[in-house]
Design a binder for this molecule. Structure first.
Ligand SMILES: Cc1ncc(COP(=O)(O)O)c(C=O)c1O
Length: 463
């Protein structure tokens, strides 16, 4: 099986390089195509349908696994994760209860235990796989509320004597707005803390806002430190936020959805210093661990609060797990659960720790090459991060037009980000397959697009 999937995987890698990165298609084109072929009135040959779907996927999507996709944390996936997805679909293990899927549950537990230790969290930490970072962030808010307000679980937010507030920067992930909405806290419960010029949280402003809220009878609940912000890869000052939270009795959540993978790299892990003091951590395997979607993780050092938040008792479920085992449906948001963790387990097992670190460090090296090539040809780098994410611009750039030509000419996929309100180009090295040649060729083509073919040889002012 591995051999056959491996062949298909290799074929896809080759074909990807020939085809477009960016699709040229309208919604009605796809809808008309589907309507003309698939009315489900009679049975069809599965081989033909699969071939047709593959054709649609290969032409009608942004190819996020292309080495010149410099996009939104969607990785090139490992073969191990593709095999894992296939195995999981075939055996269809149900992970809600330990007794139904002992092997799968223990494989997840083993994998999460390894990462728990890497993050420096205590052994009793309760960790679960989630659909992604948003669910992990949601879990954090629910558990923090449960721990801080014993009446919350039974009587709801209306039973609280003060309104809880969550502190984060404008660079934090926007899932928190939805979470504030969904949990009933309300979007106004979020306090946007100022950032310093490097886009990291301004601690003085955090202290001021928490003190102000306390004076006004608000109940400060949680501070979110982001380790690798979505737009610019900034890492908030985790040790200082951790200390502040301890002193103030606040929940410290670290959203390391993307940057958390740096914990396996001896060269990069020091950038995550302070993460070990978190009450909870979000880390997505489907970002920088290069496994297929969706595979998030939630780690929490307060297992009793997690159990309190997600408790459930249903007579129709299999009997309670015995001894140290636990039933995921009583310790997480989900009920029926896919065997999410196999992708990370297989990937780590195949790569080994050093191989996984090398994949990550390769991407940071490619980002260094891109940073230098851009700076050498007159582009201005406007973010500052050790992670492989570059935000850049140059005077007089027509950003919309530039990004559109980049895509239409199939040079690369990059996006727009706002840095302190100003639009810039955002390029993240999200593929472990990106080579130095890819990077140099892309920068050369970008220079050609703006009419500066020889920009590397020109002084910035000349171009
Ligand atoms: C920092 C951060 N947190 C959370 C998320 C949400 O993760 P997901 O898309 O897996 O739900 C993202 C997504 O990019 C992110 O960048």
């Amino acid at each position: 099986m591995i051999f056959e999937i491996g062949n298909d995987f290799a074929r896809l890698q080759e074909e990807l390089l020939k085809g477009p990165i960016y699709p040229d298609v309208t919604p009605s084109e796809i809808r008309n195509y589907l309507a003309s072929r698939y009315d489900f009135a009679k049975s069809m040959d599965l081989n033909a349908v699969v071939a047709d779907v593959e054709q649609m996927l290969s032409t009608w999507q942004v190819q996020v696994t292309h080495p010149r996709y410099f996009g939104l944390f969607n990785p090139s996936v490992t073969l191990a994760s593709v095999i894992a997805d296939m195995l999981v679909a075939m055996y269809n293990p149900q992970l809600a209860a330990w007794r139904t899927s002992p092997a799968a549950n223990e494989i997840e537990r083993h994998t999460l235990g390894w990462l728990t230790a890497k993050f420096g969290l205590p052994a009793e930490t309760l960790a679960t796989f989630t659909s992604g970072g948003s669910e992990a962030n949601l879990s954090a808010v629910i558990v923090a509320l449960t721990r801080a307000f014993p009446r919350y679980g039974e009587h709801g937010l209306q039973s609280l004597s003060a309104t809880p507030a969550i502190y984060l920067t404008e660079e934090a992930h926007h899932s928190f707005s939805k979470i504030a909405h969904m949990t009933g806290l309300g979007r106004n419960a979020l306090r946007t803390i100022a950032t310093k010029p490097d886009l990291t949280m301004d601690l003085a402003d955090l202290e001021r806002r928490v003190a102000e809220d306390r004076r006004e009878g608000v109940a400060p609940l949680m501070v979110v430190g982001t380790a690798g912000t979505t737009a610019a890869g900034a890492i908030d000052p985790l040790p200082e936020i951790g200390r502040f939270c301890r002193d103030e009795g606040l929940w410290f959540h670290v959203d390391a959805a993307w940057g958390g993978a740096a914990i396996v790299s001896p060269a990069l892990r020091h950038h995550l210093k302070g993460i070990e003091s978190a009450d909870s951590i979000t880390c997505d395997a489907h970002k920088w661990f290069s496994v297929s979607m969706g595979s998030g993780m939630f780690f929490c050092r307060h297992p009793e609060s997690v159990a309190q938040a997600f408790r459930a008792d249903a007579a129709y479920m299999p009997g309670r797990a015995m001894g140290e085992a636990f039933d995921p449906y009583t310790s997480s948001v989900q009920w029926s659960r896919r065997f999410i963790g196999l992708k990370l387990f297989l990937t780590l097992a195949e790569n080994g720790e050093a191989g996984q670190a090398e994949m990550i460090e390769h991407q940071t090296r490619m980002a260094d090459v891109m940073r230098k090539a851009l700076a050498d040809s007159g582009w201005r780098i406007v973010n500052n991060t050790p992670l492989p994410l570059i935000c850049f611009t140059r005077d007089g750039l027509d950003l919309g037009g530039f990004l559109a030509s980049l895509r239409e000419n199939q040079i690369a996929w990059m996006s727009e980000a706002r840095i302190k309100g100003a639009p810039v180009v955002r390029a993240c090295v999200t593929s472990y397959k990106t080579t130095e040649n890819d990077v140099r060729w892309v920068v050369g083509e970008m220079n050609r697009l703006i009419g500066c073919e020889d920009a590397a040889q020109l002084a910035p002012a000349e171009c």
